[in-house]
Design a protein around this ligand. Structure first.
Ligand SMILES: Cc1cc2nc3c(=O)[nH]c(=O)nc-3n(C[C@H](O)[C@H](O)[C@H](O)COP(=O)(O)O)c2cc1C
Length: 131
């Protein structure tokens, strides 16, 4: 299986329609046995997706082309033996409900990310703590 963790920013002048994003993602992911967890702090997305390599690639390619967000930075892209972020097609967490063990795991996964990706991740975490 493959797991991708990335960060992105909401495009300026776009209002995040989280329910719409979740509805599409849940439908499509469920159909391909892809699962994931999405965090959103009002400005940035932090998203882990996992599943069979082919479907994960297909879905990530669509996500990369989505004009609602920009500056997509991959924090981690690796092979996994089993799912690490639960079995929901698209679990959603606003900042105040971000669970610390999950955030800690994401921090570990992002440890080898590029400096730019790390900066963005750190900014996301600072905003989360301030929430
Ligand atoms: C932050 C973010 C996360 C997304 N996550 C997923 C996802 O996990 N699965 C998915 O199918 N679409 C996801 N989408 C939506 C896709 O980008 C795309 O709009 C959707 O797959 C529909 O594609 P289509 O318009 O080509 O049918 C996400 C969009 C955003 C902005």
């Amino acid at each position: 299986m493959r797991q991708i963790v990335y960060i992105s920013s909401l495009c300026q002048n776009v209002v995040a329609d989280i329910p719409a994003i979740l509805a599409t993602a849940r439908r499509r992911n469920a159909g391909q046995l892809v699962t994931g967890m999405l965090f959103f702090d009002g400005r940035r997305f932090l998203h882990a997706i996992e599943g069979a390599a082919g479907p994960v690639q297909q879905i990530f390619t669509r996500i990369q082309g989505d004009p609602r967000h920009q500056s997509i930075l991959i924090l981690s892209d690796r092979g996994i033996k089993r799912r690490e972020f639960g079995v929901e097609a698209m679990a959603y967490r606003p900042p105040a409900e971000s669970d610390l063990p999950t955030i800690a795991r994401m921090a570990i996964l992002s440890a080898h990310a590029s400096p730019a990706a790390r900066d963005t991740f750190d900014a996301f975490m600072r905003m989360r703590r301030a929430a």
